[in-house]
Ligand binder design. Sequence first.
Ligand code: NAD
Length: 248
Amino acid sequence: MQLQNKVALVTGGALGIGAGIVELFAREGANVYILDLDKEKGEEKAASVRAEGGKAEAFCCDVSRRETLEHPIRTVADRHGRIDILINNAGIYPRRLFLEMTEEEWDQMQTVNLKSMFHTCQLTLPYMIPQRSGKIVNISSVTFFLGSPKLTHYVASKAGVIGLTRTLAREMGNHNIHVNSITPGAIQTEGELIHANPADLAAIMENQCMKRRLQPEDIARVCLFLSSAMSDGMSGQNLNVDGGLVLY
Ligand code: NAD
């Protein structure tokens, strides 16, 4: 097991990609903590992990509101005396044409997808720094490379995630803390089912090297790599996991 007894926080771990990460990390022996807005689904996911012999617990919090994160993160750190891994995955992606977008919609996107990472990193790093180890993985998006229409607010937030990753990696290297990001392609999740257009998904499949829909576990495996000793030589990097859609 690659994460035996490691302590991991996964934001947005109740559904979709985050749930895939929670399941895989638990199978790899980690103590996994779900930080999610959806109390019921978070608790269901944690219970299903425990039913399979894994260690998981859910906290209901809104990553865009720092005060809801403080207690859960402190509780985890007090219980284990450490936090080894932070996966910043929670995000939203409602589509809107730029000229129809309200200022509130723009702000909400930046707050949930980007500023949330400012909160979670600031609250977690004070535990990682004294232990002289830590792995942070930030979930961006392949749309950063594609510049997809109706998603200016989203792509701007996901570009910010890459910038945050690179700069925080520079600041944290002296503390032996690794900060990397992943740009997922089109992943079959609950959220994507609501927002994506079937014609767009067909075009994506056409352009992927791999002719299958990517699943949350495809992202979870790369997350595991970036959270384990296997990636100890990497920081400030992005790994693009899109079935071979964008080649760079
Ligand atoms: P999803 O909608 O299926 O699940 C998102 C989870 O995050 C849910 O459990 C939801 O309750 C939680 N969440 C949302 N807002 C929250 C908040 N304010 N505080 C706490 N939890 C919150 O989404 P997904 O498709 O699994 O996407 C996960 C991440 O991956 C997002 O950051 C998304 O931008 C990114 N991503 C997804 C895809 C894709 O194709 N699905 C592609 C690229 C990037």
